[in-house]
Design a protein around this ligand. Structure first.
Ligand SMILES: Nc1ncnc2c1ncn2[C@@H]1O[C@H](COP(=O)(O)OP(=O)(O)OP(=O)(O)O)[C@@H](O)[C@H]1O
Length: 287
């Protein structure tokens, strides 16, 4: 039996000032567009039910606006606490203590602790501090954990080698390209001791070569460090390459969850079939 890391049950996420109206409308069977038209509420996630197991790479894949980032941000309480309203349950099971925490209802101190030590997030927009050098940005999570400066230097140097930015350690973010800034963001995520990484399109600004290199690094991280990774992408071939399991989203709903082979062999609906057939066509052209 695999150990769970997250257990998400009946999760709805609504943006807007009248979430109760939206939840009632969902219960009556109204769809996302109808609720938007009638109540001006955005249903970003509708009735999500899934588990993420320890040590897997769980990919959330879908087109723009399907609700991938919104769902990901529920997992560390960014959505449902400070933004948007949720209904349902988000349980995080600490891999070390095996204790359950209800992410949407626990107190702020606990959620801050969890974000500092347990669940680290890499954003699409890098989230770098412009006044800090590359080295200082990457070392920041260790600094706030009061790790000694010599240890920080050592760990940062290792992670900068991993993302190929050792030579750039004294530069500031504005001196780097978008892709390089994204690699700094990745190095900063890798440097933390968190067992869980939430990654929101972390490779979107990378050129194909660095993208391929870092996809392989992510796979190595999972194999050697046994990290649990929840990874958002709109690129189905990326999902197939790195995903242990993949959840496909459309208009706020999860259409299918499965291992890559399942999705290709048994697509649950036309939308999933569309993604899988595009990849198969691309493979046949390039093979
Ligand atoms: N903070 C917010 N306030 C209001 N609406 C939001 C907020 N965040 C997301 N939304 C809305 O929720 C829906 C889902 O957006 P989300 O960003 O989760 O999609 P996505 O699949 O991640 O898209 P992309 O690939 O373009 O990032 C969209 O209609 C979006 O406008």
């Amino acid at each position: 039996m695999k150990n769970e890391c997250f257990n998400i049950q009946n999760l709805d996420l609504v943006f807007g000032k009248k979430p109760k109206k939206a939840f009632e409308a969902l219960d009556k069977g109204m769809n996302r567009d109808e609720i938007h038209q009638e109540w001006n509420q955005i249903v970003a996630v509708q009735n999500a039910n899934f588990r993420v197991y320890q040590g897997e790479i769980f990919v959330i894949m879908g087109l723009s606006g399907s609700g991938k980032s919104s769902l990901l941000r529920c997992l560390n309480g960014m959505n449902g606490r400070s933004h948007g309203n949720i209904r349902g349950q988000i349980l995080f099971i600490d891999p070390l203590t095996e204790q359950f925490v209800d992410i949407s209802h626990c107190n702020n101190d606990l959620i801050m602790k969890i974000r500092k030590h347990k669940i680290s997030m890499v954003f699409q927009q890098f989230g770098l501090m412009p006044w800090r050098t590359v080295e200082e940005n990457v070392g920041y999570p260790l600094e706030i954990q009061k790790i000694s400066p010599s240890e920080i230097k050592k760990q940062v140097a290792e992670k900068l080698i991993l993302v190929g930015l050792s030579e750039w350690k004294d530069k500031f973010p504005h001196e780097l390209s978008g892709g390089m800034q994204q690699r700094v963001g990745l190095a900063r995520a890798f440097v933390t001791d968190a067992d869980v990484l939430l990654m929101d399109e972390p490779f979107s600004a990378l050129d194909p070569l660095h993208r391929k290199h870092l996809q392989e690094e992510i796979l190595q991280l999972q194999i050697h460090l046994k990290k649990t990774i929840v990874f958002v992408t709109h690129d189905f071939s990326e999902a197939l390459k790195i995903g242990t399991r993949i959840a496909i989203m459309e208009a706020g709903k999860i259409l299918q969850i499965g291992v890559p082979k399942d999705l290709i062999d048994n697509p649950a609906c036309e939308i999933v079939k569309h993604f899988t057939s595009e990849v198969q066509i691309a493979n046949s052209i390039y093979s």
